[in-house]
Design a protein around this ligand. Structure first.
Ligand code: NAD
Ligand code: UD1
Length: 352
């Protein structure tokens, strides 16, 4: 039996694949590489010293997906595949609803057809909208403030309906807070397309010289130093949360949501200071207006995940910064490092 991982070449997916393989799970990966590179999967294989099948495929491809469920004995699905940029989702909502919502509906229909009813879904803390109260607990009111967030909220609702209609389903809705960091080896990490939107990849690109300076969005929030506070969680801790969620859904039925965060909030200035200490590099910054749609403070109560999944984040902010920096330093251009570029050029010239 294998675990099907959709979006397994992406940032969180690749780290989760390594953990799954290290724990002895067999996996099958599908990814259309719309926001990732096949090289990430090669490195997952190197790190885990295990082989697995991967398919360059869209989750909306009916025939392809059907074939995968026929050819492999799939026990459960961990579903990362999705588009994730808030700003982009406001500009192209149809693409986001099609990819994220239709994609998940399609995947679930295929799962149902092949009698697979165990699913771990990548949701997000964005489903809490602008919560006034922190730490945020799973039963807090849910709302969406942009199309991306709405795709997550709507998918959560669809999955709850699915269980209501058929109690054989077992579904974990994992609400991630702010994933950062990279695998200790520095071989896999976050590789955003274009200019990063999120804080940590922006900081690491300033440190490596790809961006000139950080712009801090607002310093007059009602927080310890005026800058926004978030719950940053190491991506390997997050990946391990998926293993725990998988163990839970393998042995039960139902649908339940879990926060995956540390329960601690750090400000932008604290993150800059922690990163400077970890990297020994200076991060120049300037202060700008608040980013529209931002909240002052957002951090999780991770108590439910601890109680029910027996999971809790272990890795502190210093290590998150050290690991993010190691990845950036070893891969200044992400997966398109010089060796890969040489290989790609040679391939296109039919040299190899
Ligand atoms: P990512 O973009 O690195 O990974 C997503 C992967 O899915 C990519 O490899 C992409 O190529 C693939 N993909 C997208 N659409 C696909 C499709 N239709 N068919 C096949 N593959 C497809 O993103 P990530 O940071 O690893 O996030 C994984 C999931 O977690 C996403 O669903 C995202 O919305 C969610 N999430 C991410 C964060 C975050 O800050 N990174 C926070 C909360 C939730
Ligand atoms: C963003 C998304 C959110 C998503 C989350 C996942 C927006 C509005 N929200 O949230 O939906 O679930 O990522 O990781 O995009 N900051 C700067 N300068 C920068 C970048 C960020 O000062 O260049 C600040 C932000 O104002 C915020 C903090 O850093 O206070 C973290 O920002 P970011 O990494 O973008 O995460 P979120 O805002 O939590």
């Amino acid at each position: 039996m294998a675990i099907l991982v959709t979006g397994g070449a992406g940032y969180i997916g690749s780290h989760t694949c390594v953990e799954l393989l290290n724990q002895g799970f067999d996996i099958v990966v599908i990814d259309n590489f719309s926001n990732s590179k096949p090289e990430a999967l090669e490195r997952v294989k190197q790190l885990s010293k295990r082989r697995f099948k991967s398919y360059s495929m869209n989750i909306l491809d009916s025939c392809g997906l059907d074939r995968i469920f026929q050819e492999h004995e799939i026990e459960a699905v961990i579903h990362f595949a999705g588009l994730k940029s808030v700003g982009e989702s406001a500009k192209m909502p149809l693409q986001y609803y099609h990819n994220n919502l239709n994609g998940t509906l399609h995947l679930c229909r295929m799962m149902e057809k092949h009698n697979v009813r165990k699913l771990v879904f990548s949701s997000s803390a964005t489903v809490y909208g602008h919560s006034e109260i922190c730490p945020i607990k799973e039963h807090f009111p849910l709302t969406a403030t942009n199309p991306y967030g709405r795709t997550k909220l709507m998918t959560e609702e669809v999955l709850r309906d699915l269980y209501q209609a058929d109690s054989r389903w077992s579904i974990a809705l994992l609400r991630y807070f702010n994933p950062v960091g990279a695998h200790k080896s520095g071989r896999i990490g976050e590789d955003p397309n274009g200019i990063p939107n999120n804080l940590m990849p922006y900081i690491t690109q300033v440190a490596i010289g790809r961006q000139e300076k950080l712009t801090i969005f607002g310093d007059s929030y009602n927080t310890k130093d005026g800058t926004g506070v978030r719950d940053y969680i190491h991506v390997v801790d997050l990946a391990r949360g998926h293993i725990k969620a998988l163990e839970k859904i393998r042995n039960s039925t139902g649908v339940d949501a879990y926060n995956l965060g540390t329960g601690k909030g750090y400000s932008v200035l604290e993150m800059v200071a922690a990163f400077e200490q970890a990297s020994g590099r200076n991060i120049p910054f300037s202060i700008a207006d608040n980013r529209p749609g931002d909240v002052a403070v957002c951090y999780a109560s991770p108590a439910k995940a601890k109680e029910i999944l027996d999971w809790e984040a272990q890795i502190d902010i210093q290590e998150m910064c050290e690991d993010a920096w190691r990845w950036q330093l070893q891969n200044p251009n992400g997966y398109e490092n010089e060796d890969n570029l040489v290989t790609l050029h040679a391939r296109s010239a039919n040299v190899i």
